[in-house]
Design a protein around this ligand. Structure first.
Ligand code: NAD
Ligand code: RM4
Length: 253
């Protein structure tokens, strides 16, 4: 029970890594506030899982790319749960497109959701934590793609480098308030975001061969790392980025 008594806010919690993070946090004793967008059915499933674990959950609909969603989410969560201890910026999109053919709208939307959204949300959460005066933790779901390119992801990889950098700057700005800021860098985790991409058996087999641990990741692999960073076990960890990729990044040969 690493998160007993903590309130954890998570964006994009209706499925995938966000849902697994909500469940893992609840399993460790946290109450959760969950942002969702256009996926009511998925959100209901996440809420049912949290209820089964006997923890409190509040859900708040909102597009993270809109600045007003941030204050709405944080204040609704604080009012319902009684405070904000941990904020996880997870919501993200990755429409695969070749660089030369990527429409400007796809680039702008990907930046808006993945980078602007994480910025607005982290700022709103940190303002609340500062006012609360009890410290806290910000965690951004970055990616191994912050460190390497992706041929079909030129509009996506800069957003992941961006949130990694955002957490580094936040670590400096918010350290004096006892707010730790870190990012998690997942490798290839099988979720809806890459379902089509990984449907190609050759692509999947190539990935599995390249990953030293021999398998694609599961959402709960990432969630475990988030729980650690959110917990007091990580009390001296800030400005860090943790790869959760089965060894993919170091396997250059
Ligand atoms: P997913 O598609 O299963 O989940 C994405 C979640 O974000 C969904 O709940 C979706 O509804 C939500 N979302 C999308 N746009 C939103 C918006 N505008 N406002 C609020 N919520 C929104 O994908 P996932 O793999 O679980 O992705 C979660 C995060 O993990 C993303 O930031 C992604 O970039 C990152 N990531 C994923 C992988 C991977 O291989 N799956 C690897 C590295 C990083
Ligand atoms: C990640 C990484 C994964 C890809 C997802 C969509 O950041 O690039 O390989 O599956 O994005």
């Amino acid at each position: 029970m690493l998160l007993e008594g903590k309130n954890v806010l998570i964006t994009g919690a209706s499925r995938g890594i966000g849902r697994a993070t909500a469940i893992e946090c609840a399993r460790h004793g946290a109450d959760v506030a969950l942002n969702w967008f256009k996926d009511r059915a998925g959100m209901e499933e996440t809420l049912a899982e949290i209820a089964r674990l006997g923890r409190r959950a509040v859900e708040v609909e909102g597009d993270v790319a809109r600045p007003e969603s941030a204050e709405r989410f944080v204040s609704a969560a604080a009012a319902a749960l009684g405070g904000v201890d941990v904020f996880v910026s997870n919501a993200g999109i990755c429409p695969f497109h070749a660089f030369l053919d990527t429409p400007i709208e796809v680039f702008e939307r990907t930046m808006g959701v993945n980078l602007h959204g994480a910025y607005y949300m982290s700022q709103a959460a940190a303002r609340h934590m500062k006012q609360q005066g009890t410290g806290g933790a910000l965690i951004a779901i970055s990616s191994v793609s912050a460190l390497v390119g992706g041929g079909m992801q030129a509009h996506y990889t800069p957003t992941k480098a961006g949130v990694h950098s955002l957490m580094q700057s936040c670590a400096i700005a918010l350290g004096p308030y006892g707010i730790r800021c870190n990012s998690v860098m997942p490798g290839t985790i099988a979720t809806d975001i890459n379902r089509e991409d990984l449907a190609d058996p050759a692509k999947r087999a190539y990935m599995e061969k390249r990953i030293p641990l021999g398998r694609l990741g599961e959402p709960r692999d990432v969630a475990g790392c988030v729980v650690f960073l959110a917990s007091d076990l990580a009390r001296y960890v800030t400005g860090a980025s943790v790869l959760v990729d089965g060894g993919l990044f170091v396997n250059l040969q």
